[in-house]
Write a protein that binds this ligand. Structure first.
Ligand SMILES: Cc1cc2nc3c(=O)[nH]c(=O)nc-3n(C[C@H](O)[C@H](O)[C@H](O)COP(=O)(O)O)c2cc1C
Length: 376
């Protein structure tokens, strides 16, 4: 009974605080970004372990790295004196949300967000807002999540989560929020497994993460080239196989316009009559891959296209006769070796796709005189 009265008070207070807030209940879904990696990161904070239990169960459904946010000060009793510490911390943030000193200090987390294209944030709700320690993490790292898919899981006693969604939107600008957040309140905490399973289905998690895998790498004769993948059942199945490891197959010349070879397994094909262009990669009879240097018209399923390579460059790189071809999802170190072969484009500044630039970009990766560089 005491518990109920205390939470009744908490919920009323939260309602009053929210009334003063200029909130936006709907998390938006901006577009943009071109991620090349499907890795997922789960980042969570948990004071009384409810969120931790949710994350533990989530890990049984998806493949993801996990980091836990911890406050530097481990001795704070957030529930003492009617939750006064949490209240004070949240008021400080609210009064000055752009000032780093408003946020409680958290332990250092060494996380390289560039490795992930999907981040799932799991947090308790405090006074209808995002728990302050999680806000600190997002204040520090939220901008690095630009363009990524971001999901939000909120654990509360009973309050609704629109205030937490508004905090996430403020702290993680320009990301692609999942179509809906997952709210697990105290009365549903015991059903968290089935709620997680349903949420992953609702947001089409597996399709979302395999759809956004739109790049693979093709290595031949020590040259590694970037391939932009088509989006179809064949490429999704190929990506699933590549997640287990690289695929190497032998290919031979055919009619002077392609290298073709058997993969050793079949992919789901949906052939149509296509006229190929240099750089096109096609699936033929469901189990052979053809790399085209020139035009040919036949029934194929598109797999992808080698970027920025013309007929002559492709012929130089693939050479005459039988070759071993390796497909992978990882950007290989040999990417710049293509440039070394073509002296005319080796000098100067280029994007990773080979577009020539007048000067180095303000930030991001580029190639200068054949050497890959990063500006932050
Ligand atoms: C400082 C503080 C404030 C809270 N405020 C609310 C609230 O406004 N509404 C609510 O339903 N629950 C509130 N709660 C309860 C938590 O959201 C809930 O117990 C949650 O499951 C805790 O997650 P955790 O175990 O991972 O820390 C609050 C808890 C704390 C510690």
């Amino acid at each position: 009974m005491k518990h109920f009265i205390s939470w009744f008070y908490v919920v009323i207070m939260a309602f009053l605080m929210m009334a003063c807030q200029n909130e936006d209940a709907n998390a938006t879904v901006p577009s943009g970004g071109n991620p090349t990696d499907t890795k997922t990161l789960i980042v969570y904070y948990s004071y009384t372990n409810n969120t931790k239990q949710i994350v533990d169960d989530l890990k049984s459904f998806i493949d993801a790295d996990v980091i836990q946010v911890e406050p530097v000060n481990k001795n704070l009793d957030y529930a003492a004196n009617n939750y006064v510490v949490g209240t004070e911390q949240l008021s400080k943030i609210k009064n000055n949300p752009n000032d780093e000193s408003s946020y409680p200090e958290i332990d250092d987390v060494s996380v390289d967000l560039s490795k992930y294209n999907t981040v799932i944030i799991a947090t308790p709700l405090w006074w209808s807002q995002m728990a302050s320690n999680m806000q600190t993490f997002l204040f520090k790292y939220g901008k690095e999540m630009e363009g990524k898919n971001v999901g939000l899981i909120v654990s509360s006693h009973s309050s609704g989560i629109s205030g937490v969604e508004a905090d996430a939107k403020r702290l993680v600008p320009n990301c692609k929020f999942f179509a809906k957040s997952l709210w697990i309140n105290a009365s549903k905490h015991s059903q968290r497994k089935s709620l997680l399973e349903q949420w992953l289905k609702d947001i089409d998690y597996s399709n979302l993460t395999s759809n956004i895998m739109n790049t693979m790498y093709l290595k031949v004769n020590n040259n590694t080239m970037k391939v932009t993948l088509s989006d179809n059942a064949a490429t999704r199945a190929l990506v699933e196989r590549l997640k287990e490891g690289v695929i190497t197959y032998n290919a031979h010349d055919y009619s002077g316009f392609e290298k073709v070879g058997a993969l050793g397994f079949s992919l789901p094909s949906a052939d149509s009559y296509i006229t190929t262009e240099p750089g096109d990669i096609m699936l033929y009879t469901g189990n052979q891959l053809c790399v085209f240097f020139d035009n040919n018209s036949w029934d194929y399923t598109p797999i992808g296209k080698i970027e920025e390579m013309n007929k002559q460059q492709l012929e130089d790189v693939f050479g005459d006769g039988d070759v071993s071809i390796t497909l992978s999802l990882e950007e290989a170190a040999g990417l710049v070796s293509i440039f070394a072969k073509h002296e005319d484009i080796a000098k100067g500044i280029y994007t990773l796709k080979g577009h020539k630039l007048d000067k180095a970009p303000a930030n991001g990766m580029y190639i200068e005189n054949g050497v890959k560089k990063i500006k932050r």
